[in-house]
Every structure is written in C-alpha cells, then in structure tokens.
Design a protein around this ligand. Structure first.
Ligand code: IPE
Ligand code: IPE
Ligand code: MG
Length: 243
C-alpha cells in the first residue's frame, strides 16, 4: 500500500539526525543516553535505505558549532561514534558499503581519527553503496577551506567555475543530495551541505532521531515521490502547452 506510493527513489539521501536530547528528556534520561539510542538507530536506517536502492547516504552527526556544547557531552559524542565504528565496521564492509568522512579530522581525538581512517581504508574499494559521516562538518568552513586550497595551488580566477569549486569540497566525487531529511522538527539546515543542497528536496519530520524507523523512511520517500523537481525550469504541464 504505502510502498506503491514510492515512485521515485533518490540516489543520494542526506539526514540531519536531530532530536536525541529531546528524546532523552522525554524519558528523563541523560542527553548522552539519547545520543547512544540515536547511534544505535543508524544501522536499521542504513539497511532500510539500502533495501530501497538508495546508493548514497550521508549522515550529519556533529557540526562545527556542536563544539560549543558542554565538554562532557562533546567527549561522550566522540566516544559513542568511536564505539559505533568498532561495532559496525565489519558488517558494513561485508555489505559492500564504502565509508567516507566529511569535515575536519584534525580536531578529533587521536583514537577516533585512527579508527575512522582505518574504516575508510578498509572499505575504499566497496561499490554497493556509500555511507558518508559528517562529523566536525560545517558547510561554511568547507567552502572557506576550498577557497584557501584553490588559492594555495595558484589556480587562476578564470579557471574557477562551479565544477572546480565542487572538486575542492569534501564531497568531491559524490552526487549532490536529492533529498535532505531533518528529524526533530526544525526547519533549517544548521550549516549542513550549504553548497550541495542548492536543489535538494527538503523534508522535515517532528519525529526524534532515535525513533526514526522504516515507517518514517517510507513517509519521506513518498513525499519525495510527489515533488516535481524543476531546477529553475518550467512545470511539465507548462512546457507542453504552446503558450
Ligand atoms: C542531534 O541531537 C545530535 C547532535 C547535534 C550531536 P541534539 O543533541 O541536537 O538533540 P536536541 O536537538 O537537543 O533534541
Ligand atoms: C544539527 O543539529 C547538527 C546535527 C544534527 C549534527 P543542532 O541541534 O546542532 O542544530 P541547531 O542548533 O538546532 O540549529
Ligand atoms: Mg538539536
């Protein structure tokens, strides 16, 4: 029933995984319990999107602005991601999924950096799907960093175009997201994929991230199927009519 309403599958889905703290508060649990539950939810979300044939999945786990949270929470988040990599990497690899990291590595703890680098290296030749984890990622910082490296390489202004700039972003080689989902109800990008989101379809649900499951995914895919993507052109019916 619901499945028959899913008529088009996005190639690349990017998710702003928000609402862990509110999920925990609802249950009178510490915020880190929410982050743990949220991280545990990732596995089934990956599987569900893979079942639907989504090739690229990108997850926003920690923004450049999230460093401003209390140190206890930040440290806990770093630790939880590290545990999740340990727990999940073998099964991701067996499923043929390639892991990528978006954002800065240099401010992460040494052990998290090493685990991420190991996981990226281990899965680099996999081709069934690509999972990108945005951790210490900010869209503005990414663009500033790209501009610096372009200048650093002495690239002349007349050679700079959109394709060149894209190739200097940490998403180089990835298609732009077709669908951006935000859980937790906010209607903002919070510095996520600013450049890449130019023509993404946006979907927000009030459901908190730890509760975002198969049924919610199907709702998002149905909503996406009903969008008409025009990229600045005309509606199909207007293109067909003569005047
Ligand atoms: C999202 O959940 C995870 C991160 C931003 C790290 P939040 O921690 O922002 O949860 P809320 O928004 O407080 O509910
Ligand atoms: C966005 O959530 C970042 C991540 C989900 C990683 P935030 O909770 O940090 O966003 P704001 O502060 O509500 O904009
Ligand atoms: Mg939040």
């Amino acid at each position: 029933m619901t499945k028959s309403k899913i008529k088009r599958i996005p190639n690349h889905v990017a998710i702003i995984m928000d609402g862990n703290g509110r999920w925990a508060r609802q249950r009178r649990l510490p915020r880190l319990a929410g982050h743990r539950a949220g991280t545990e939810n990732i596995r089934q979300v990956i599987e569900c999107f893979a079942d639907y044939g989504v090739k690229y999945l990108t997850l926003f786990a920690f923004s450049t602005e999230n460093w401003s949270r209390p140190q206890r929470e930040v440290k806990g988040l770093l630790r939880i991601l590290e545990e999740a990599i340990d727990r999940e990497i073998q099964s991701l690899h067996e499923k043929g999924i390639k892991l990528l990291h978006l954002g800065r590595l240099d401010r992460l703890s040494e052990s998290l950096r090493q685990k991420l680098q190991y996981a990226i290296e281990l899965t680099k030749d996999n081709t069934r799907g690509t999972l990108s984890i945005a951790f210490d990622y900010g869209g503005r910082a990414e663009i500033v960093d790209a501009v610096r490296r372009i200048l650093d390489q002495g690239i002349p202004p007349q050679s700079i175009d959109e394709a060149l700039l894209s190739s200097f972003l940490c998403t180089a080689g990835l298609p732009d997201p077709d669908l951006i989902i935000r859980t937790g109800g906010e209607m903002r990008l919070s510095n996520f994929l600013l450049w890449q989101a130019a023509y993404s379809e946006y979907y927000s649900t009030p459901t908190f991230w730890p509760d975002f499951g198969r049924e919610e995914i199907e709702k998002a895919l149905i909503a996406y199927s009903q969008r008409e993507r025009r990229f600045g052109g005309l509606r199909a019916e207007d293109t067909q009519s003569r005047r």
